[in-house]
Write a protein of this length. Sequence first.
Length: 597
Amino acid sequence: MTVSDKPNDRHTPPFGIIRRFSVYMKPYRYSLLLCLVLVLIVTALGLLKPILIGNAIDDCITGENAATLPPDVRFSMLLHSALLYAIVLLALFLLSRWEYLIMQETGQKIIYDLRNDLFKHTEGLSMRFFDTTPVGKIVTRITNDAESINEVFSSTLVSLFQNLTKVIGFAAIMLFLNIRMALWSFAALPAAIVLTILFRLLSRRAFRITRNKLTELNTFLSEHISGMQLIQLFAQEKRKETEFRGKSDELYRASYRELLVNAFFRPLIYMVSIFALVIVVIVGSHNVLSGVITIGTLYIFLQYIVSFFGPIEELAEQFSTIQSAIASAEKIFSLFDETPQIQERSDPVRLPAIRGRIEFDHVWFAYQSEDWVLKDVSFVIEPGQRVAFVGATGAGKSSILNLIGRYYDIQRGSIRLDGIDIRDLPLDQLRASIGQVQQDVFLFSGDIRRNIKLLDDISDADMIQAATDVNATRFIDNLPNQYNEPVGERGASLSSGQRQLLSFARTLAHDPAILILDEATSNIDTETEQWIQDALVRLMEGRTSIMVAHRLSTIQHVDLIMVMHHGRIREQGTHQELLAINGIYKKLYLIQLAAEN
């Protein structure tokens, strides 16, 4: 199962997403509560501003008692109202800044926890998941989708609550001042509600499609930038550019549809607000002339009705932002819902030490259904023994190596390490006991030191000793910065032989009980191969060593050679014994011998 990106797939209900996300909000509940309290205070102060001015108009300028007051008293009252208004503005500024800082910090912490948990969960998924899921999708989940949720916490969540309280506050105060006029003011509200609901439905679908197209584009970029050398090698730049333009165009159209939804909604809500304002002016003017309300009350209504539809408009847009975050959260939690196929026992058996005895007991294995890659395979590798697997491509050699580290689980039989089924061992102990060197060496961006230590607690002395033992110092000592020499992505600045020697040093520095070499000496120049062969002797010393090699000349010194054919072990013995059998191994050997000559 892979992370789905199809817009028609079954989606988690919004309340289910909020419930799951509340786990990340819980540790910061007091900060969030403080923020909400501050929002309420800020909203109340915002509602108070028109009331202060309206009261000042009635008390000091147009009211019945204003004309009887001496000018100096009226001026003093106006100054008092202005001072109070200034205090409200200052309090608004300080409290809103405080609320903003708290929410920004809390939002960043929540997304930090989410992103770390998501990466940790992804690390624990089985290799089969990575076999079937493009890297671009996973990167999008951990970066773009997480950042989309961050936008909700950094701005939208507070604004949403603030706008809700504003709308409720405006309505409550207008009803308190004059019920009849308030009801006239709300005449346009049903139209605004219908538009908001329609906008929410359309925007959610538009946002989801946009997220899908963004994921597809990121996946395309991840795959093709990694394979740029192959694209240039086969002169496919124009065709790939056309493909990219197609996917970019799909994202553009999806984003444009999203913009169209917003572009129609804003003017429509604005028209509704103007219609409501006209109603207030007409009805309010009539009430003022009739003596039902004061000019100050009309001012408050005008200010409130102008401000009333602004929060409604923002609420709809914030709902669309939340819809985008929900769409992103759906995809994030779909990744969280991926369960590792390799499950560790709740009470695993932890060995005091790994000796390195490996036993395959009638093992059957298939990557898909019953398309068997290994068929009834049985063998025993004793501690410290050096064993090689040979055979044609697809015979099952590399699958055996993957099964020893339990990157996949077998369907039948059992695999035992030191007499214990590997399914009963803790994964960390099992995999820490295995040092694997592959044909395609992966190096991280950083420096030589980091790529040998892998950030583990390995001393510099042990690192240098490991590099010396595998002949890696032959080129490291000649680098300008030696162990601090920068290593580019995938080690592109180093030759294939240098990368291979670094992988040997890395393996030796971690001192595994079992050594696995998967085509570790292929595609290496003659001089470097001599260094590597010398390094292999040191690597294998005192360890159970398992090799897979197409070049039979590199495995003649091992203790046991097993010949794989169509998922079964057809022959086994030493190099000389297998030549004497005059079977599959001898045919392979003669073919390679003829090719070399």
